[in-house]
Design a protein. Structure first.
Length: 273
């Protein structure tokens, strides 16, 4: 599933291709969206905004399309007249004079009036968006020190979009590693300095991933590994999806554990065991 950094980058690309441009053709796969097609053709896309792991596409007639990529959804942008080649199911296509934006495989799509957006069940429950330019590190620390979260296990808490929105499975493992915190701990079991580190790591690594196109590893480690001929899969992350490989920091073996049916990756030496 795309995480906050990927959703923000997708929204950036969609804004470049669509915002302020007149729609000259539309495609909706779902029957319940068909009634909006005629009204939207000839109007401008106002703006595209990421919200957690969802994207809001606002139109000039006070309507907003809510879409959530879920596990397999993906936006693709092409020059007008070009069609992406893939085996995914096309759900939405928005065309203007120069560009086309295609949404594949997403199944959670609906049209809302602008006044209904904040009442959408997913939007309503979101915590602060870690990548939003107005979110501060102090905002993130306030979530970690909020009493209602202290009894939660960190591996579960970090995936809760009501805690902090935009964090997913790879960021969870990377944040815990960068903080030196073992994935078995509950928030209340962390020392004050660990809580501070969790907050700063959440803020810093999420934004690093957004700026680098998904790389959370330290730049100097990335460059050293590239010089050795390492591929992206090896240099992209500290621990995520690196079971059995050596930790970039200490050289010990990366391990994994399952929680809630999903894997979390960690270094027993750097994070304690």
């Amino acid at each position: 599933m795309p995480e906050g950094p990927e959703i923000w980058r997708a929204a950036d690309n969609l804004n470049k291709a669509l915002s302020g441009k007149v729609i000259d053709n539309l495609y909706f796969a779902f029957e319940e969206l068909q009634e909006f097609k005629e009204d939207l053709i000839g109007l401008k896309v106002e703006h595209i905004e990421p919200r957690g792991k969802a994207i809001l596409t606002s139109f000039a007639n006070d309507l907003t399309m809510y879409s959530h990529n879920q596990l397999y959804g993906m936006w693709m942008i092409r020059n007008r007249g070009e069609i992406p080649e893939n085996n995914r199911q096309l759900r939405v296509a928005i065309h203007n004079e120069k560009k086309s934006a295609f949404l594949f495989s997403a199944s959670d799509i609906m049209m809302l009036e602008d006044g209904e957006v904040e009442d959408h069940p997913y939007i309503q429950k979101l915590g602060p968006d870690v990548i939003h330019p107005e979110t501060t590190e102090e905002d993130i620390l306030n979530r970690y020190t909020n009493e209602k979260f202290i009894n939660r296990r960190l591996t579960t808490l970090l995936l809760d979009q009501g805690f902090i929105s935009g964090i997913g499975n790879y960021l969870r493992s990377e944040i815990l590693f960068y903080s030196g915190v073992h994935p078995s701990l509950k928030l209340r079991e962390c020392r004050e300095e660990q809580v501070q580190k969790l907050a700063s790591s959440t803020f810093f690594l999420s934004r690093r991933s957004y700026e680098t196109g998904g790389i959370t590893n330290d730049p100097e480690i990335v460059e050293a590994l590239k010089r050795e001929g390492a591929g992206r899969k090896e240099f992209r992350h500290f621990v995520y999806n690196r079971t059995g490989r050596f930790c970039h920091k200490c050289g010990n073996e990366i391990k994994e554990l399952k929680t809630g049916g999903r894997k979390v990756y960690f270094c027993p030496n750097c994070q304690g065991e």
